[in-house]
Design a protein around this ligand. Structure first.
Ligand code: ARG
Length: 466
């Protein structure tokens, strides 16, 4: 009975696959999501077959109508998927053949090997476009937090120790930069996917007079000038899984960024920092401790990044050591890709939602950034402006910090007489170094956190993100 269903390759078999083997080898449970791409590929392929005279225009039209009907059934959830038919390709072809006798000619000059490679390249182009859109939405949510808190200053950290003051916006713009690079990477992945493998057949093309360029053009595998892009080696085309790895890699690196942003938010939301209050809608409570509000969305963003890295690793290990060309192992390439796609998309939405509902606790930020020690470097720069060599200035300010610690006072509470004993170049105006607004205004170079530069970056991001 299984043999009957296997009309696509059953010819040389006298027994169908074991029920266990069917369960083991089917991929339709996950690759059915390729259906829209598979149908687009089959429409382009049959259009090409008609173009070169391998099928009639009438047969092409019947196949197209049948494919559209199958597509409608699938979209409406009315399609009967069968694991006996292994994968999405055979399910669709068989359903089509039941409706349209001419569909028996659809697989002319085609193999599931170049078919699945084509489906996946179409899928990657669509998935990258979707993720790029979601990245922009997350960036806009972050930009809004920055815009609402334009004047807020916080300590910037290195080694998780207070380092120097920065505008909160400057810190948040870091996230925009990370995500911008991610978006660029997905654009590169989409560009790499933009080559049509159809016509490579199982491994060695076909003896039939096909027109690969026609198919490529029909499917939108074209360069900026509209010229068709077709893969240049039939064996490479059916065995290449670089695009899978590149896509998963882009997801994994985006995940690393999720994780780093999340870690900041988790710290900032803690009682110890309290720079922000995360939205209730993205937090949960404790079943035991009534006072708890846990930053679960951020923690899960951090956690999901492990999963994204795992998927990349799965693909790297899957591809490594495989002989050319197609091997059935490669069917296992789809679940990690789909999972990375879905989780990255979900994470981006959650990231946007978490930022959208986040409230900045301005007083807490102001209290933290009021620490005059954050401007110790500015004090060294003051001495440099008085002509002291930086190394000597650094040393002198270090001694001033030590002195303040010994006296048990804040750095800016020492007297002029006291600091003068440390270094004669400290003038009466030494203490103006601790004027926060003036200190920020001195940071004028590109990429620095001074107010003019931050304003410039606001303009840049507003323009970039619309
Ligand atoms: N479901 C298969 C996969 O995803 C399609 C290609 C099958 N090719 C084959 N020679 N069995 O890998």
């Amino acid at each position: 009975m299984a043999k009957k269903a296997q009309a696509t390759w059953g010819g040389r078999f006298s027994a169908g696959p074991a029920e266990l083997m069917l369960r083991f080898s089917e991929s339709v449970s996950f690759d059915r999501r390729l259906a829209p791409f598979d149908i687009a590929g089959s429409k382009a392929h049959s259009a090409m077959l008609a173009q070169v005279g391998l099928i009639t225009k009438r047969e092409r039209d019947a196949i197209h109508r049948g494919l559209d009907a199958v597509g409608r059934d699938i979209a409406a959830g009315k399609f009967q998927w069968s694991t006996k038919l292994e994968d999405v390709h055979m399910n669709i072809e068989q359903a089509l053949t039941r409706r349209v006798p001419a569909a028996a000619k659809l697989h002319t000059a085609r193999s599931r090997n170049d078919q699945v490679a084509t489906d996946m390249r179409l899928y990657f182009k669509a998935a990258c476009a979707e993720i790029i859109g979601k990245i922009a939405a997350a960036q806009r949510a972050i930009l809004r937090v920055a815009a609402k808190n334009r004047d807020v200053l916080i300590p910037g950290y290195t080694h998780l120790q207070r380092a120097q003051p920065v505008f909160l916006a400057h810190h948040l713009f870091t996230y925009l930069e990370m995500l911008q690079r991610d978006a660029q990477r997905f654009a590169v992945v989409a560009d790499h996917a933009n080559w049509c493998p159809l016509g490579s057949g199982a491994i060695a093309g076909t003896t039939l007079p096909i027109d690969r360029e026609f198919t490529a053009k029909t499917l939108g595998f074209v360069d900026a000038a509209g010229r068709p892009r077709v893969t240049q080696n039939s064996m490479d085309a059916v065995s290449d899984r670089d695009g899978f790895i590149e896509f998963a890699s882009a997801c994994a690196l985006t995940g690393v960024h999720f994780s780093r942003m999340a870690e900041d938010l988790i710290l900032w939301a803690s009682q110890e920092f309290k720079f922000v209050e995360l939205p209730d809608a993205f937090c949960t409570g404790s079943s035991l401790m009534p006072q708890k509000k846990n930053p679960d969305s951020a923690e899960l963003l951090r956690g999901k990044s492990a999963r994204l890295q795992g998927n990349l690793h799965t693909l790297l290990v899957l591809a490594k050591g495989l002989p050319l060309t197609y091997n059935r192992d490669l069917q296992e390439d789809k679940p990690p890709v789909f999972d990375s796609h879905d989780q990255t998309a979900l994470c981006l939405e959650v990231l946007a939602g978490t930022f959208a509902g986040m409230v900045v606790e301005k007083h807490k930020c102001a209290a933290a950034v009021a620490d005059p020690a954050l401007l110790a470097t500015d004090l060294a720069d003051y001495l440099v402006r008085q002509g002291v060599a930086f190394r000597a200035a650094h040393h002198a300010v270090g001694a001033v910090v030590k002195l303040a610690e010994q006296r048990g006072v804040a750095l800016d509470r020492l007297t002029h007489a006291e600091v003068k004993t440390v270094h004669p170049a400290f003038g009466r105006d030494w203490v103006t170094s601790f004027h926060l607004a003036k200190a920020m205004a001195r940071r004028t170079g590109t990429g620095m956190p001074g107010p003019a530069q931050v304003a410039r970056q606001f303009k840049r991001w507003e323009k970039l993100l619309g």
